[in-house]
Design a protein. Structure first.
Lengths: 373, 373
């Protein structure tokens, strides 16, 4: 883990770059707004910690009423439990003896749930649970439209749920029904239609299970792009929203019911960068490239300088195209960039530099960073 | 820094995933081949450590005859010097007092060179050098075609070189003349033509400097995609090749003089992944997504399984499309992926897991990992 590039109390302008900044005021408003929305809809909040990878943030979400968090990896679950989180859903399949053993051991320390979509994997989960004398709570992941992991809705889900329910050391706890592909459909109606289908698949599967005597106490899913539809569905009990705490440039391209970009949550996460070269009238280069901001969902956007565009990323450089009056940008000037995609960008850093009133107020370790063993 | 997911002596099949594997035999052959090519051409090798971020690998390159390494960041230079490397070129501009102070202090420990393309930055370099009582060797970066950093060839480069030469605490040491944009031009003739232009710009600039009494002992540049042209130019003294040690999927798309993909260096770097879901006849999902392999230059490629294609990356998942006889791929099976782009993929990991004869032989820390303060 690298040292943070800032000290508590330091003026923002002195923070060395590249750094991952968190605007603590905007972040706090995002926390509160989502908590309010969930409370209003009468659903539980289980934010996805894969976005922030930071137990400090997880604990703040829980202080705002979340029941716990979800994660994607055993290593993330370990980081959360070691950081004081008592309720963690691994919203993903966990495969292989080393990880299953760690999962079983972790279930001694906290309430841990995991997903499954394969009979052989259920047998392995059962073996690990019995070997370590724990009960693992298992959700069956259902493919509600993303065509990634998950068994098909209906009979295949029922069969796997029955297998889980009959396996020593396991308890069937419900359905994981997340539609990832729907999150970034740009149009409001597209997202609504995709989630209507997902809800229908989750509902019919739940009903089939209960008709067959398999209690299904939990249906969980949803993301920042669609959460209001799952919240209103009466089928989903929990929301697994992650990106809402930060908002990235990609999510900001989603359109609302009025056809305009959704501005429900604020950009609170920024890559702080320095202009390191100013070689031509219309060109500057900053020190934040591919190793400082993930470009899988598009380039980062320059914040609050409308005449400066981030047009190309190489490993350690960001190329800026300049127009109009902001041609005064000079070597040494610092910029705020809105990451294209927050999750993999956070994963490049070891620290959040929390900023309030233009000063460093907090340094939070990104202790679940990494590819996720 | 996370713990390695492997132990020395462990069979490859037991290494947990995602892991960054280094095939030590292929890596060794790449090391030797590039050393031989440089020796044959009579140019020095100064490999780019931004690709591997690992002092162990840097020292092996030096054992094979390299004069030192280059890097892009002060933090990388520090990691190299602390790891035993005695000669480091920061092939990049360094901006801001904190980094310049660290650079000056580092120059007490090892031979360190740095680039400049701005008069104000030269003044700052001079101030830091005199404040710390060191002499900093400075190369003027010339824009030889990449249109990123660098002053224009000819008179602007001469003016900056003269400024460096006349600045207290600085020594003008030559020209940084790297054409990054040429490295991935696919056609052999395209790359040759781009480097012919770069060589001409470097040559005329060097000649102008010397005509004006400014000695120019060093012209340095080149990358894995074009090195043979710079090596044959009689203008370049050093080659800054980086990716040759690993080879990634993107470089493997470059074509040679015969119109066929260049196969001069071998793929030695792999992301090791596990199939974690097998939900449909033609679909599998592995545990290596955006946080395990950078997709900025295209998806990773599945190694040695021609009927399996990596078709989509989400944060923690890689979607595999299956065809033909390899439909037997099962949950728990492990795969080798060739990263699309090696540098930012390496940057996601803390350890190389070195493999020989299907066993773990080495664990090398990626100690310069990070966005690079």
């Amino acid at each position: 883990m690298t040292h943070p590039s800032a000290e508590i109390g330091m003026p923002l302008a002195e923070v060395d770059t590249p750094a991952l900044l968190l605007d603590l005021d905007a972040f706090g408003r995002n926390l509160k707004r989502m908590a309010d929305q969930a409370a209003k809809a009468g659903v539980r909040l289980r934010p996805h910690a894969k976005s922030h990878k930071c137990p400090v943030i997880a604990r703040k979400q829980i202080e705002h009423g979340a029941v716990g968090v979800c994660v994607q990896k055993v290593s993330e679950a370990e980081a959360m439990v070691m950081g004081g989180v008592r309720d963690v859903l691994i919203a993903n399949e966990i495969v292989g003896a080393p990880k299953l053993q760690r999962l079983a051991v972790l279930a001694r320390e906290a309430h841990v749930m995991v997903c499954a979509d394969d009979a052989g994997n259920v047998a392995d989960l059962s073996e690990a649970a019995t070997a370590f004398g724990v009960t693992l709570e298992v959700l069956v992941e259902v493919n509600v439209g993303a065509d990634r992991c998950g068994v098909e809705p209906g009979e295949p889900a029922l069969a796997l749920a029955q297998l889980v329910a009959g396996s020593p050391g396991l308890r069937f706890s419900g359905l994981q029904a997340y539609h990832g592909a729907a999150q970034h459909l740009r149009g409001f109606d597209e997202r609504r239609a995709a989630i209507a289908q997902a809800v229908e698949k989750a509902r019919t599967t739940r009903d089939l299970l209960e008709k067959n005597g398999v209690a299904c106490p939990l249906v969980t899913g949803a993301g920042t792009g669609t959460y209001q539809f799952e919240a209103a569905s009466t089928v989903y009990h929990e929301l697994q929203v992650g990106s809402y705490v930060f908002m990235d440039a990609d999510y900001a391209r989603n359109l609302g019911a009025d056809g305009r970009p959704v501005r429900e949550f604020e950009h609170s996460l920024f890559v702080y960068a320095t202009v390191m070269s100013r070689p031509a009238r219309d060109r500057a280069v900053c020190d934040a490239g591919l190793k400082a901001s993930s470009v899988d969902s598009g380039m980062p956007q320059v914040y609050d300088l409308p005449d400066v565009a981030y047009v190309g990323a190489s490993d350690e450089h960001g190329k800026l195209k300049l127009a109009g009056k902001h041609n005064t940008l000079a070597v040494g000037d610092k910029l705020l960039l809105i990451p294209g995609h927050c999750d993999p960008t956070v994963n490049l850093y070891d620290w959040y530099v929390g900023i309030r009133d233009n000063r460093v107020e907090a340094l939070w370790p990104i202790s679940a960073r990494g590819p996720g063993i």
